[in-house]
Design a protein. Structure first.
Length: 155
């Protein structure tokens, strides 16, 4: 039985950091083909060079995006992020919701009132009450964290 190919450590690191270019094979820019310094798998480097190619060298957005294996919308997103945050804007952002979107101020106030009325209520019981009252499923651990934050604000 053949052994699976060994994973390249740099590729693994890029994946862990969220900057692995999933379409590295689509990068056709000469710098990335002719020079070892430029790595088509490094999405941060690819985006930076794509932006530089348009801003400094005057290439069209379509030409640059195609040469770097990205779409035109990706170029515009990268440019907006660059203008807003500089190089850090090209780093990947955490996907999904950021923060407790289910635990609104109204829900937290409800939880605080219930917890004040009956300190023996568990977070699972509080989650069940929230589901019954608001029709929202909230994990008990999220409720615990929300109550801890609310208590800190009270002090």
């Amino acid at each position: 039985m053949a052994k699976p190919p060994r994973c390249d450590p740099k590729q693994q690191l890029l994946r862990e950091q969220g900057v692995l270019h999933r379409h590295a094979e689509a990068v056709t820019d000469a710098l990335f083909i002719e020079r070892d310094f430029f790595d088509p798998r490094d999405l941060l480097q690819v985006k930076y060079e794509m932006l530089r190619r348009v801003e400094t060298d005057g290439d069209s957005v379509s030409t640059a995006a195609a040469a770097f294996g990205l779409s035109r919308p990706s170029f515009y997103e990268a440019r907006a992020a660059w203008q807003r945050e500089g190089l850090a804007g090209l780093l990947p952002k955490k996907r999904g919701p950021h923060g407790g979107h289910k635990l609104t101020e109204e829900v937290v106030a409800f939880l605080l009132r219930l917890a004040d009325e009956d300190a023996a209520l568990t977070s699972a019981a509080l989650a069940a009450r929230v589901a019954a009252h608001f029709g929202v499923q909230v994990h008990p651990r999220s409720i615990e964290r929300a109550l801890q934050r609310a208590e800190k604000k009270r002090r």
